[in-house]
Structures are given as structure tokens and as C-alpha cells.
Write a protein that binds this ligand. Structure first.
Ligand code: PBG
Length: 330
């Protein structure tokens, strides 16, 4: 007697319409946050060699990218400045300058696009320090927590005054979310959000980014005394718990794909908006595979984005954002 499987999971996969009907998650342009690098000058497009296809843009070019993002349905940009070497210092005080590159870029986008797009700004001192660390250092090069937090508060207020919509501290100091939230409230910025880089790992995947902001050659040592050990997951939940208790509106897990388990656990544990940062090294890996003829870019990009949604992420910061939005038919 032949027995047939009564349950055939392949039944619902047999046709395109049925696959579409049974799909559990969908990625749309509204799931994307587009990271952009700002540089001095006018009419400047400066390609970043370790991130093929990504450039630093002067403020006018950034505004053009913002318009492009609006047209594509991308809801938010993440800005990072490439600060000129003569504006960098031991204490990174250019971060507090109301006329710094970052503030000029924020203002220009907001003047042109208003509330058609959100502007998320990175809070950390590494684009401004002469040593490339995210905070103030002592004689041994150790990054000082509480003194750094004071600078980060000033940097956040500076960005909020320029018009930033989401403050995104990427520095991993303890207690900075509470300090920044309190200062924002005190200054009347009650609707400026905080997206905390809550679980940020000391990762080998940040190399091209450090090229992009010009801190790679400056950085001595590593960031292991503040960024997390890649072996730790329980600690990531503590980081998230702490940042939420201090007033974070949403949290980020970074890098992305190698830490999908963390994103999933954070979502399941806290049920809050979780964003993943598919970082520069992940982008570079995809582009290297494409250049080697080993992969189909479009399929790979869309598959990775679906993976983030399936894991429970509300959205993804990705250098492929504009390309992906176009693939989605925007
Ligand atoms: C620094 C910062 C980094 C990234 C975002 N903010 C690098 C670092 O911690 O050294 C990395 C993003 C990427 O690799 O795409 N505060």
C-alpha cells in the first residue's frame, strides 16, 4: 500500500500567485534608511574606494540625494560628516560648532524637503577627533565615559537645534541616552526622537566606513573598551533594556546580518521598534562578490533585506537603499 503525504508544503509554493499570497513579510522603500557621507565644497562627488558605488557629497549633492530619496519613498537619511583634518582635535570640539558640516547639511535638507523626509544624525566624536576614538581619552588612550557623555549632550543639542529629527548615539558610553533625553526635553525638543545604537559590536565590518569619514588612518588601537564583544548576546539585552529605560524611542543592532539573532531576540524580548545597520563591510562584501562574478546583486540585496524584516526589524540602514527602492519599483 502506497502512502502519500497528506501535508505537502510544496502545494502553496507551486505558483507565483500562491507564493505571493503566502509571503509572511514584505520589504518596501519605507523600510529603508539611507546613510550618506557629507564633505566640504560645492558640486563635489568624491567616490569612496573601499565602498564602490558610494560617494561623499558636498551639501548641495546631499540635498539632491534627499530629493531623490523622497521621490523613491525612502523615509529617512542618516548623515555622517567627513571632517577636514584641520577641524579635528584631541577633544573633538568641532562637534559643538553650530556651523559645522553636519549642521549645514541638516539645515539644507530641512529647508528643501521639510517634513517630507526624516534626518537621523550620528552622535559620537570619531568624525571630529584627531585620534579617531568616539570619545575623550586619557593619557593611556582610555575613552572616558562621563566626560564624553557631556560632549555628546552638547553635540545632540547642536544637531537638534539645526533641525535633526532623530538623534542616534553610536558611541556606546553608559548613561548617554538618559543624559541626552533630559537635555532635549530641557531645551524644548520634546519630539526629537532618539534611536540608540544599543547593541553595537566591536566589529571588523566597519573598515570602509572609517575610510569614508577619514578616521581609519588616525585610529590607534581598537574600540573594544566600549563596543560589545561579538560573543555576547545576553549583554545586548541589558544594553537595550538600559537604553529603553533611559528614554530611547527605538533601538539599533549593528552590524546587521552577522547579528540577526540579536535583532530577533531584542524584538521578541522587548517588542519595541528595532532597526538593523547593514554596515559598510557588509555592503563591500556584496559588491566584492558581484565584482568577482559570484553573485547577482539585485537578488542578494533583496534577500538580505527580507531577512531583516523576517527577524523582526522595523527597518534597515543600508548603503543599497536607493538601489533597493528602485528594485521595489519605486
Ligand atoms: C562611529 C560609527 C561607526 C559606524 C557608524 N558610526 C564606526 C565605528 O564605530 O568605528 C559604522 C558604520 C558602517 O561601518 O557602515 N561612531
Amino acid at each position: 500500500m502506497t502512502t502519500y503525504p497528506m501535508t505537502r508544503l510544496r502545494r502553496t509554493r507551486a505558483t507565483a500567485w500562491s507564493r505571493a499570497m503566502h509571503r509572511e513579510v514584505l520589504v518596501t522603500p519605507a523600510d529603508l534608511i539611507w546613510p550618506l557621507f557629507v564633505t566640504e565644497g560645492e558640486g563635489v562627488e568624491d567616490p569612496i574606494l573601499s565602498l564602490p558605488g558610494v560617494s561623499r557629497w558636498s551639501v548641495d549633492g546631499i540635498v539632491a540625494r534627499a530629493r531623490e530619496a523622497v521621490a523613491l519613498g525612502i523615509p529617512c537619511l542618516a548623515l555622517f560628516p567627513n571632517t577636514q583634518p584641520d577641524r579635528r582635535s584631541e577633544d573633538g570640539k568641532e562637534a559643538l560648532n553650530p556651523d559645522n558640516l553636519m549642521c549645514r547639511a541638516i539645515k539644507a535638507i530641512k529647508q528643501t524637503c521639510g517634513d517630507d523626509i526624516g534626518v537621523l544624525t550620528d552622535v559620537a566624536l570619531d568624525p571630529y577627533t584627531s585620534h579617531g576614538q568616539d570619545g575623550l581619552i586619557d593619557d593611556e588612550g582610555y575613552v572616558l565615559n562621563d566626560q564624553t557623555v557631556e560632549m555628546l549632550v552638547g553635540q545632540s543639542l547642536n544637531q537638534a537645534a539645526a533641525g535633526a529629527d532623530i538623534i542616534a548615539p553610536s558611541d556606546m558610553m553608559d548613561g548617554r541616552i538618559g543624559a541626552i533625553r533630559e537635555a532635549l526635553e530641557g531645551a524644548g525638543h520634546i519630539n526629537v526622537q532618539i534611536m540608540s545604537y544599543a547593541a553595537k559590536y566591536a566589529s571588523a565590518f566597519y573598515g570602509p566606513f572609517r575610510d569614508a569619514v577619514g578616521s581609519r588612518g588616525l585610529l590607534k588601537g581598537n574600540k573594544k573598551t566600549y563596543q560589545m564583544d561579538p560573543a555576547n548576546a545576553e549583554e545586548a539585552l541589558r544594553e537595550v533594556e538600559m537604553d529603553l529605560a533611559e528614554g530611547a524611542d527605538s533601538v539599533m543592532v549593528k552590524p546587521g546580518l552577522p547579528y540577526l539573532d540579536i535583532a530577533c531576540r531584542v524584538k521578541q524580548t522587548f517588542g519595541v521598534p528595532v532597526f538593523a545597520y547593514q554596515v559598510s563591510g557588509e555592503y563591500a562584501m556584496i559588491e566584492a562578490a558581484v565584482a568577482a562574478g559570484a553573485a547577482d546583486r539585485d537578488a542578494m540585496v533583496l534577500e538580505t533585506l527580507v531577512a531583516f524584516k523576517r527577524a523582526g526589524c522595523s527597518g534597515v540602514l543600508t548603503y543599497h537603499a536607493a538601489h533597493a527602492a528602485r528594485l521595489m519599483g519605486a
